[in-house]
Ligand binder design. Structure first.
Ligand code: NDP
Length: 301
């Protein structure tokens, strides 16, 4: 049997996540990239062998459209323009972290053009995008998902179908609310320990093999805070957006949510206080309030 040709892909949005994801897709098969700022698409073409579309109208029919934009609002604006160019049977894989209701609206809009929309937000950060090890949580038609598994294999280590349209967005929002919660709690706890004379790296040595461990204590604080590097990989404003989406999901379900409501408020306020900051920099808010800086070997005493 002759091997099947790889699916053609259009990738929309070359931000921190989109750039490495599209680069990996280009190794899998023909990939055209589009970005609001067209210079980034041209740079991507030169660096990764993708084809750059200068305008959305330049994108012809493809098997799979992937998008990775800030929210479902930007995806909708792009989808309204692009839908007439797409052939029935196209699958739209939306890697944006957006609102579940926005995903359901997009699915309905694109269904009118015969396009199957899957909300497929990702977790794993820019490092996971570069390594192709992202976790993808998918909402929508499982048959449409099966048609794009070869494309997802280029960017993803794990794909989980979590439910109907919007379910992927809901899982992503709650996941990131948990990330924010553990990061705030770790910053507060480690700062208090520093005031007790326990250096943060020593405390983390204990927590790493104890029941309080989290991604914040395993990775984010040791690798980004203690060395004071705070690399910019995921904007604090985007994390605040995600926690806000989780708050909406909790409200819709009428779940009493004292903890996450507070985390939503704190994270929103931090994003206002630190415009342009990376998400890990919310630790700086706790540091500013206490005058204690978390760094390797230092303590507050
Ligand atoms: P970035 O801010 O790095 O990139 C945003 C992208 O969206 C850019 O390509 C930008 O284009 C484009 N864009 C912004 N506004 C518009 C608009 N109005 N119309 C069209 N395009 C627009 O974001 P990330 O790559 O970090 O995040 C993208 C999505 O992925 C978000 O939903 C985020 O929550 C999620 N995510 C991010 C992770 C991370 O670690 N960074 C991890 C997992 C999920 P331009 O170049 O013109 O500004």
């Amino acid at each position: 049997m002759a091997p099947t040709a790889p699916q053609t892909v259009a990738f929309l949005g070359l931000g921190a996540m989109g750039r490495p994801m599209a680069a990996r897709l280009a190794q899998h098969g023909p990939t055209t990239v589009w970005n609001r700022t067209p210079g980034r698409a041209r740079e991507h073409q030169e660096a990764h062998g993708t084809s750059a579309a200068q305008q959305l109208a330049d994108l012809g029919p493809v098997d799979v459209v992937c998008s990775c934009l800030p929210t479902d609002v930007e995806v909708r604006a792009v989808a309204e323009q692009l839908a007439p160019n797409l052939a029935p049977g196209t699958v739209w894989l939306d890697h944006t972290s957006g609102a579940p209701a926005g995903a359901r609206d997009l699915a309905a809009l694109l269904a009118d053009a015969g396009v199957d929309y899957l909300d497929a937000p990702v977790s794993g950060g820019t490092a996971g995008a570069e390594a192709g090890t992202l976790t993808t949580m998918v909402g929508g038609d499982p048959d449409a998902l099966d048609r794009v598994r070869p494309v997802l294999a280029a960017t993803t280590g794990r794909v989980v179908h979590v439910g109907p349209s919007g379910a992927g967005m809901a899982v992503k929002a709650v996941n990131n609310a948990l990330l924010a919660t553990s990061l705030w709690a770790a910053a507060e706890g480690l700062t208090a320990l520093a005031a007790q004379g326990v250096p943060a790296d020593r405390a983390i040595e204990v927590i790493a093999t104890s029941s309080g461990r989290s991604f914040a204590t395993d990775t984010l604080i040791p690798e980004r805070v203690l060395d004071r590097s705070f690399p910019h990989t995921f904007a604090l404003s985007l994390l605040a957006k995600d926690v806000g989406l989780a708050q909406g999901i909790l409200d819709d379900a009428e779940v009493p949510a004292a903890v996450l409501t507070l985390v939503d408020e704190l994270t929103r306020r931090a994003a206002e206080q630190l415009p342009g900051a990376d998400h890990v920099e919310l630790v700086r808010i706790v540091e500013q309030q206490t005058g204690i800086e978390l760094s390797a070997g230092s303590s507050g005493s």
